[in-house]
Design a protein around this ligand. Structure first.
Ligand SMILES: [Zn+2]
Length: 492
């Protein structure tokens, strides 16, 4: 029997503001859509956290035995700077600044995104569609919204009439806003815009002559509005009504609010049962932003090449650090915090090794079934990974007392214990054994120290041929030796 039959999963639904029991539309199946990256620059660590939260959620759903179709898109056109519809497409702007074809920008940063995610041990989504690959679907949706009287054309662009929509539906139900307040708080359009109301958003934008990314449409040569692609791609692959839609907290408004409005205006159905939003990552208590320099790139963690880091950390240590916080909580990144996480990760991995050596006995002095139940309860409570990790450290304590023979387990309990630890550590949290960079760094440093001692011995014995040979070989490997008063040091 699949585990999902016996596990009651609760999910915090941003739409209701409550934890709700998860009941999929089609029993045993889950359709999940997550807004992917806009590929106009390197993915930042906050994005990695968001996608890692949904990777953990995807993995737990799979672990429960659900058949999951996980769709995560690539935004390769239409994402407007500052979300002002009069603005410039982020990708087109980047292309202009870097003197590149827009598709060259898209290709470069899509490859980078995939490399980073692979490095951090992500499972690929089931489908990864691109906005540019779904222009026809987006045009079809616009046609329906216009036919239903909620969209209007003006000078070759098409806008969504939020006020008209709100007469029969509720615009603002996800973000908890209401349209009267929104209208009261926005400036007049000054006749500068083709929009009827300031809250209206673009479904289609007519391309300026210099705009390279453009497609023919019934209204103009142009490009789709950003919000539209997710409506087109989620419904194409998951149907007009599907289970889970996720994304970063910052996408709740306007992006997801607009998605709901488009879906309802097009199909008459509300698209999603459970809206999930992952919280942000701060750095040393402040918002991460490239412009202020308060920023770390994912690769800088792996190389230690950042002013905010004392050393390098492995992908698994980074993942363990992220999983120590609940996905809906703000997580603050700091050198101290990840150093502490590394110690915890190393203890966990050591226990996983020691667990293999434990020998079963005739009786059990630890209540493994209760512990196992508590592990599942943690994850069933809106994917509470920090509580799960606390349970896994209870498991570490079990390993230690089993190892020094102050506790015993029967063969059956030991089997359950080992299987559960492995499932949560390796499959759900996706930590990888033996990938701690501090371990391999320590080993490398040990070997270099040994060679330095051999060289110094050779010099003491006046065997300069050997001492020079060792030094030259190390230089060839990129390791520089420096002789000083206090002995020999090295740099990598
Ligand atoms: Zn989206």
């Amino acid at each position: 029997m699949p585990l999902h039959k016996t596990n009651i999963l609760k999910i915090y639904n941003s739409l209701s503001g409550e934890k709700e029991t998860f009941v999929p539309i089609h029993e045993g199946n889950v359709g999940m859509y997550v807004c992917g990256p806009t590929v106009y620059s390197n993915v930042h660590l906050g994005n990695v956290r968001t996608f890692m939260s949904f990777d953990m959620i995807f993995r737990y759903l799979l672990h429960l035995g659900y058949k999951v179709r996980y769709v995560r898109n690539i935004t390769d056109v239409g994402h407007i700077v500052d979300d002002v519809d009069e603005g410039e497409d982020k990708i087109a702007k980047k292309a202009r600044l870097e003197q590149l074809e827009p598709m060259e920008v898209v290709q470069r940063y899509t490859v980078d995104f995939h490399e980073i995610l692979k490095e951090f041990n992500f499972l690929p989504p089931s489908i990864e569609p691109t906005a540019t690959g779904h222009i026809i679907e987006q045009i079809e949706i616009i046609k329906k919204i216009i036919a239903n009287g909620i969209g209007y054309e003006a000078n070759g662009s098409v806008y969504f009439d939020v006020v008209k929509f709100n007469e029969t539906n509720h615009y603002g139900k996800l973000s908890g806003r209401n349209i009267e307040d929104m209208l009261a708080n926005t400036r007049d359009l000054d006749g500068q815009s083709d929009k009827r109301n300031p809250q209206d958003f673009a479904l289609w934008k007519k391309a300026e002559p210099q705009h390279i990314m453009r497609w023919p449409s019934p209204w103009s040569d142009g490009f789709p509005g950003w919000h539209l692609e997710c409506t087109a791609m989620s419904t194409k692959y998951l149907g007009n009504h599907f289970d889970i839609h996720g994304g970063g907290m910052d996408l709740k408004f306007p992006h997801h609010e607009c998605e709901i409005a488009q879906n309802e205006a097009c199909t008459g159905q509300t698209p999603v049962n459970y809206w999930m939003h992952a919280n942000m990552l701060t750095l040393n208590g402040k918002k991460m932003a490239k412009s202020t320099g308060n920023n770390i790139l994912p690769r800088e963690i792996l190389t230690g090449g950042s002013e905010f880091l004392s050393k390098a950390f492995s992908p698994s240590v980074t993942r363990f650090f992220m999983m120590q916080a609940h996905y809906r909580s703000i997580l603050d990144f700091s050198d101290d915090a990840i150093v502490a996480a590394e110690k915890g990760y190393n203890r966990l991995m050591e226990a996983m090794q020691n667990l293999k050596e434990i020998v079963p006995k005739n009786s059990s002095t630890i209540d493994i079934p209760t512990w196992k139940k508590e592990c599942y309860e943690a994850m069933n409570d809106d994917f509470n990974s920090p509580i799960l990790i606390a349970q896994l450290f209870e498991g570490v304590r079990f390993v230690n007392i089993l190892k020094d023979n102050s506790a015993t387990l029967t063969s059956e309990d030991l089997g359950i214990f080992t299987k559960t630890m492995q499932a949560f550590v390796f499959d759900v949290l996706a930590l990888e054994d033996g990938k701690s960079s501090s371990d391999s760094n320590a080993r490398l440093e040990g070997v270099i120290e040994m060679l330095i001692r051999m060289r110094n011995d050779a010099r003491a014995n006046k065997d300069f041929a050997l001492s020079d040979h060792i030094r030259d070989q190390l230089i060839a490997l990129g390791i520089q030796l420096k002789d000083g008063k206090d002995g020999t040091t090295f740099t990598l």
